[in-house]
Design a protein around this ligand. Structure first.
Ligand SMILES: Cc1cc2nc3c(=O)[nH]c(=O)nc-3n(C[C@H](O)[C@H](O)[C@H](O)COP(=O)(O)O)c2cc1C
Length: 300
């Protein structure tokens, strides 16, 4: 009943681990899948190792978390070693980023053999210069990155967009036109910040970071709703999903699956099982027999 598919990748249910939370190690990716997720996305990685920002990199705020990790990762060579250890049965989405279309394409090509899909992180709101939202805020740059990756890999590609733009529909259109097979909406919102009132200093070492968690869900649902009307490619919804009601909202807005990140910090990896049980009960009570039937129902 919960099965869905995205770009012909069969998922046993529509819940997916979002990039960046428990996605650096094969052991945690396997654990999240065994715990009930339908698929997993890795932490974003780049061609070369990136130490990221100093601690503190995350801070809790009302309704969520602000993070400025700075896309720290050990680089694609080290990441390949981890990806080899992910169980064969796990639908794996590898998240990559870079400072140029060529870097995105090389990173994607290096891990293609282990991934069912590549997700392009063109949207981190606190990344170091040239690697983040600056790409996903520019339709032309987005087009170039997606085109380069599409030329370099055969697996499907999803482009993950930032909500921190005037018109997300325009950027989504560029990604689709460049050949993106799917979209992931949205990366964290902001940047935002929190100030320590005892020291009168910003708490995060980078001062600013991306906001995630329940507080950003209405923005994410609106982005999915808006983009669904203008593209023909499938959408993965992400932002503030914590329970089955959240998942249903995203499906009705037009997502075919939902990704879950911050909720794991609140509820642990069991959150996937909890969402799936609730979703199944909701579908039975409301007379839905498949996830497909629910996608986009909020549109007339
Ligand atoms: C600690 C942390 C690290 C993240 N790292 C990444 C990342 O490496 N790549 C990426 O595309 N998104 C990253 N994100 C964004 C999430 O994948 C997701 O888009 C965002 O947090 C909204 O979903 P949520 O409210 O379920 O967390 C990160 C989020 C958090 C909280």
């Amino acid at each position: 009943m919960l099965e869905t598919s995205i770009c012909n990748i069969e998922l046993r249910n529509p819940t997916i681990l979002a990039a960046g939370v428990m996605g650096s190690m094969a052991s945690s990716l396997n654990r999240i899948y065994r715990g009930g997720a339908g698929a997993v996305v890795t932490k974003s990685f780049s061609l070369r190792p990136n130490p990221g920002y100093r601690n503190p990199t995350t801070v809790e705020v009302t309704g969520g978390v602000i993070n400025a990790i700075g896309l720290s990762n050990p680089g694609v060579e080290a990441f390949r070693e981890e990806l080899k250890l992910v169980d064969e049965e796990v639908p794996l989405i590898a998240s990559v980023y870079g400072a140029s279309p060529e870097e995105f394409a090389s990173a994607a090509a290096s891990v293609e053999e282990y991934a069912d899909m590549i997700e392009l992180n063109v949207s981190c709101p606190h990344a170091m210069a040239g690697c983040g939202a600056s790409i996903g805020q520019d339709p032309e740059l987005t087009f170039r990155v997606v085109s380069a990756v599409k030329d370099a890999v055969d697996v499907p590609v999803s482009t993950k967009l930032t909500p921190n733009v005037t018109d997300i529909v325009e950027i989504a259109g560029s990604a689709e036109e460049a050949g993106s097979d799917a979209l992931t909406l949205i990366n964290s919102l902001g940047p935002g910040m929190k100030i320590d009132i005892k020291t009168a200093r910003p708490i995060l070492s980078n001062a600013f970071g991306g906001m995630s968690g329940p507080a950003i869900k209405p923005v994410a649902v609106r982005c999915v709703y808006d983009v669904y009307r203008s593209v023909d490619i499938p959408i993965m919804g992400v932002g503030g999903v914590r329970d089955f009601q959240d998942a249903v909202e995203f499906l009705f807005a037009g997502a075919r699956a939902v990704q879950v990140g911050t909720a794991i910090m609140y509820d642990g990896p069991e959150v996937f099982m909890k969402i799936c049980r609730g979703l199944e009960a909701f579908m039975m009570a409301e007379g839905f027999s498949s996830v497909d039937e629910m996608v986009g129902l909020a549109h007339d």
